[in-house]
Design a protein around this ligand. Structure first.
Ligand SMILES: [Zn+2]
Length: 235
């Protein structure tokens, strides 16, 4: 990728963006760069190739965090490449990008930032809210369409599934059924929308957690705070 970036740097500035588009589609680049990059990102993604923007599984494209049309020099720059589903890559995020002098990119960069410093996921509804005062949070919700269509409902379902799995795991532990405990952990770790599990673990660790889980089935908060389970889910 370094050689390709050097080729890009050697291209006159006015021609760089068009050249980047052509290079990205080049047969040898698809074979020798795109495919290996996609496979490496799939290995890093949670669950089954989860999209690094929306969290749904079976993401099938490589997206440029800073679009080629904004910075051609980052076309072949590893930290700029993320696994994305077609919906995020084309219908929502696409070429949207905005910088703020102070904050840098207004889109949360999932490779460098914790999205939950800017976003608050309401577990029961599956809707994302902005952490008070976060421009990045608002921009990311809008650009990535996080609350669009059925996405909140699917997250709410993921939360229901997670609470069922938590209780099943606890039952299996009480029975000394280690095989079933591992199965439940596998299910929780590999379901799409890993953001739901991560948000629940983070909320449970907060001092005011009892407020966030007041309406939940008794015992859910205690399980999310259980050290053995937290370790298994975050390993
Ligand atoms: Zn997506």
């Amino acid at each position: 990728m370094l050689a390709l970036t050097q080729e890009m740097a050697g291209t006159p500035v006015p021609e760089r963006i068009k050249h980047a588009e052509r290079m990205w589609k080049r047969h040898t680049v698809r074979r020798d760069v795109y495919q290996p990059v996609r496979e490496a990102l799939e290995d890093m993604a949670p669950g089954w190739d989860c999209c690094m923007y929306c969290g749904d599984h079976l993401a099938d494209t490589v997206d440029h965090f800073v679009p080629k049309s904004r910075c051609a020099l980052r076309t072949f720059y590893w930290p700029n490449l993320l696994l994305a589903c077609s919906t995020c890559n084309t219908r929502y995020k696409g070429d949207e990008h905005e910088n703020d002098g102070l904050l840098g990119s207004l889109l949360i960069d999932p490779t460098r930032e914790d999205p939950f410093d800017h976003l608050d996921l309401r577990l029961a509804s599956g809707v994302y809210r902005v952490v008070e005062g976060s421009r990045k949070g608002q921009w990311t919700i809008n650009v990535c369409g996080l609350n669009e269509g059925k996405r909140p409902r699917v997250r709410a379902d993921a939360w229901l599934n997670l609470t069922d799995d938590l209780k099943d795991w606890d039952r299996a532990r009480a029975e000394g059924d280690h095989k079933n405990m591992r199965r439940k952990v596998y299910r929780m770790r590999n379901q799409p929308f890993a953001d739901v599990c991560y948000a629940a673990l983070r909320k449970a660790a907060a001092d005011d957690a009892h407020l966030n889980f007041a309406d939940e089935v008794p015992g859910v908060l205690a399980l999310l705070r259980d050290e053995e389970l937290r370790e298994a889910l975050q390993a």
